[in-house]
Design a protein around this ligand. Sequence first.
Ligand code: SF4
Ligand code: SF4
Length: 183
Amino acid sequence: MDRDRKRTKTVKEIKVDTRKCVGCKACEIACSAFHATPKFSSINTARSRIMVVMDETRDIFVPIRAGEYTEAECNGRNRYVIDGKEYDECTFCPASCPSRSAFREPDSGLPLKCDMSESVPPLEKPMCVEACTFGALTYEEKDEVRTEDEGEKRGDIELAYEVLVKKYGRKKVMDAFARLSKS
Ligand code: SF4
Ligand code: SF4
């Protein structure tokens, strides 16, 4: 088998600069309108795939985009201390998870995940980025050349990771990876 066959993949990324975020929630509004049925017929930020975690008294605004669904909540949770205030791991977690209502379709309860505002024809940039006039969200597209073998390996690793997360929970798996990387 020819292991060196190459293919180009377009990698889409939204970068977040929390220092520029002012908590206006225009990103949440735009995302929820984009995902209304029919499109742009209503606004309900519970339908948004981006959520801005806010602590106005400390000027902390952190936009989080919805990631993968997880079947089990984490067993143990890390704590983050920012400017002397404690936040639990769930606060900044991007997962749709049984332990909370964030990132769930309000009518059906189905998990939500960011789809980069997929649309036909495609948008120039995702809705949330377009709506963010403060420059906290920026969109990047780059072409990555990968050998097919690399792509397959990466796919296998992602699949194995998802299976482990389903079985043991994300926290245990991340802790195990951290231990292995130190050993
Ligand atoms: S890229 Fe699109 S789907 Fe993802 S959070 Fe932004 S507006 Fe929502
Ligand atoms: S639109 Fe931009 S500045 Fe406003 S809350 Fe969203 S990320 Fe922050």
